[in-house]
Structure formats: C-alpha cells, structure tokens
Design a protein around this ligand. Structure first.
Ligand code: ZN
Length: 404
C-alpha cells in the first residue's frame, strides 16, 4: 500500500494530500444547488465548476433518511453491510429504538480507519443525534446543536462555542448548518485534523423549496464557507444524504396514508407499523416519510400485502428478503413488508398518532424511492476515466483517490 494509505470495508484510500473536507448537505436535492447556481448565489461553487469540477448525480441508499445515508457516506458501503436501516428500528427485544448508538454499526467508518493509520480526523454534525454514530471507533466528534457543552481532545477543554467565538443557533434555526461548518473549519487546524466530515441539517429543505429566501440564505452561507476552505487550501466535496419532495394534497395539507388504520380496516390482526424516518426532530417532518416497515405474522402477510398494495399513493410493497436484496438492507433490521409511497405521498401509523402541528402549512419530506437522486460535487477536477454509477457512499473515494 502507498505510504499513509489505508483500507476500509474493502476499499483502499490514499492519505489526504491536503486537508480534506467532506460535507453532507442534508436533504439537498439537486434542484436546490442548480437553482442557486443559476441565480449566481454560489460564486465559489460556480468558480470550482468553471475550473473543471463537475456536479454529478449520485444515488442514495433506501430508506432515504439521514442516519442510514450518513453511515453509507462515512463507511463507503451499503446498509446491508453497515447495518443502519433507519433512524429508528424494531430491536430484537421488540422495542422500537433510535439507531443512534455506535454499537449498532456493523462496519468501520472511513474516519476511524484513517485515524488508525495515524491521520488526524474530525466529525462534526449539526444534529446531535448523529454525533455518537460519527464518533464510532474513537473519532473525535462534536455537534453544533450541543457545541456549548461539547469539546474534543486537543482543545484544552474549551467548548465548541468558545472555539467558534459565538453562540450556537438552536436545532430549528436555519443558521445551524453554517454554524456546523464554522465549527469544523475552526476546530480542524487546532486539532491537526486532515480528514474532516461535516454533516449539516435539512431543516431549511424541509421547510422550503428551491428559490425560497430561507434556501437562498442557506446556499449563500454554504458557498461562503466552501470558498473559505478552498482559499485555505482544502480539498472540498459535498453530497446529500437524500433529496426532498413536497408531500401535500391540492389544498396544501399533508398527503398521508395511515397504514395501521388501513390494516385494521382490512381485518389484519397483530400487525405493527414502523416508520424508519422517526427521530426527535418532529417539526421537520412529523415522523412522516415515504417508506414504512410492517411487521406481520406469516398467516396475515398475504392479506396485509394485498390491502396495502391497493392503496393509491403506495407504489411498491416488497417482502423482507427481496427488499433486502433490491435495496441492500440488513434483513434482520427491516420489516416483513417494506412499503414505498410515491413521490407525493407519506406513510403514517394511525391518524390519531401523528401530531401534524409542525407540518400543517406544508409537508416536505423524504425516505422513499423518489429522494434517491442527490448532487455530488467535488470542487476540483476529478482524475476519473470510468463512468460507473455513483452513490453518495463514493464521496470519500472521489475526494481521496481521484483528486490531484
Ligand atoms: Zn437527512
């Protein structure tokens, strides 16, 4: 292996030739960047593209939710290998559990493998829910959400907010993503990190379509920070964990199919519906996304599958084994049925179980098959002759192995 190179999950990565920043632009469907570029709101990104960089389209892992795809990006492999099948899953003990504990991760992260090879690494997330997973394998990790009470080794106990020099915005503040990048760029040189992952939050994308002033502010702030990093000699790349689509009816209300109610009406006994998008941040999406897992006994599965497949807005109902194969998911961490909605529909439990207060004025969400296309930009010309289909899990490969 070349000097400083390291292996992770079957791929070899070169050591960073320069400080390298991989950004997860959470929930940023390609249209967000395309629109901002067309209206000249991102001059640094535009400059990189003029200089030979490319805006590529990559595929995200299904379920197209945050934890699953952040883990694909940082491990370089599918959920079948890394084991994170949702933000949330049904644990073997029968309890629904957030998939946020590093013990749930079945593959090493690229950051952890780099650290083992002696490379300084750092993981920053906007949302604290991701911090522990990104910190798997001893990777120094900190979140913007809790930066007032978190630090990493090498900062002499100073909190993240002290390093940035200003207080951190709240979890529902559109400025939190920019703050996460500020945290990454401020801490990295102090702790000699040369490989840095920074995962943003999709609050803005949940609340607004491309072209909205909230989005414009987000894109301008993102571009500014990309510009600062490039000016400081960083290699910079970004990819989204998933896209984002409007999920509303003609009158603007959330377009929901309540699966437990549908199964009850069909006389299915003992079924349990689990929504992999479920996380603590209900204002984003009200726990409503375009995929669901249904747990149901073998005697009821045919009736359940038929009832769900006949519902408008549901476009696929797969049994466990084919779903695991097609979507590259861990078979033991998905439902007996995997239910996929169309682009404009979300799936819920029962009408009585969802608080729609936070999404009454329009629901934008993700989780399903129609949020798989994501933008992938490496801000430098790529030394790449092949035209393989890219995944968001290829970001580190392109950053480390295909830049000059
Ligand atoms: Zn996300």
């Amino acid at each position: 292996m070349p000097n400083g190179a390291f292996c992770c999950n079957g791929r070899t990565y070169r050591a960073p030739q320069r400080p390298t920043l991989a950004i997860c632009v959470d929930g940023t469907a390609p249209a967000y960047l395309e629109d901002a570029l067309a209206r000249q709101l991102m001059p640094n990104l535009a400059g990189a593209l003029d200089g030979g960089a490319e805006m590529l389209i990559a595929r995200a892992q299904v379920p197209t939710v945050t934890n699953v795809n952040n883990m694909s990006i940082v491990t370089g492999v599918s959920a079948a290998v890394h084991g994170i099948s949702g933000n949330h899953y049904l644990a073997p003990d029968g309890h629904e559990t957030q998939l946020t504990d590093p013990s749930a991760l079945r593959a090493e992260t690229i950051l952890a493998a780099a650290a083992r090879a002696g490379i300084g690494v750092l993981a920053v997330s906007a949302k604290d829910k991701l911090r522990a997973l990104l910190g798997a394998g001893g990777v120094p990790s900190i979140s913007a959400e809790r930066a007032h009470e978190q630090t990493v080794g090498g900062l002499d106990g100073m909190m993240g907010t002290e390093i940035v020099g200003r207080g951190n915005p709240g979890i529902y503040d559109p400025a939190l993503s920019a703050y996460a990048l500020d945290l990454a760029l401020a801490i990295a040189p102090r702790v000699r990190a040369r490989l840095v992952y920074c995962s943003l939050t999709d609050f803005v994308q949940h609340k607004a379509p491309p072209g909205h002033e909230l989005v414009d502010g987000y894109c301008v702030a993102l571009d500014e920070r990309v510009g600062w990093a490039l000016a400081d000699g960083w290699i910079v790349g970004m990819v989204a964990d998933h896209g984002m689509n409007a999920k509303t009816t003609m009158d603007g209300s959330p377009n929901v199919r309540y699966l437990a109610d549908i199964l009850d009406a069909a006389g299915v006994v003992g079924a349990r519906v689990l929504l992999p998008i479920t996380d603590p941040y209900v204002v984003h999406h009200g726990a409503l996304g375009s995929i669901a897992f249904v747990y149901v006994s073998s005697s009821e599965i045919a009736r359940a599958g038929a009832a769900l497949a006949g519902v408008s807005g549901i476009e696929a109902v797969l049994h466990r084994a084919p779903a695991a194969r097609v979507f590259e998911l861990p078979e033991d961490r998905i439902g007996d049925l995997v239910v996929c909605a169309d682009a404009a529909t979300v799936l819920g439990l029962r009408a009585t179980q969802h608080d729609l207060t936070g999404v009454r004025n329009g629901l934008r969400s993700h989780g399903g098959l129609h949020e798989q296309d994501v933008p992938l930009v490496v801000c430098h010309p790529l030394l790449r002759g092949d035209s393989r289909e890219l995944r968001n899990a290829d970001l580190f490969d392109l950053l480390l192995n295909f830049t000059a």
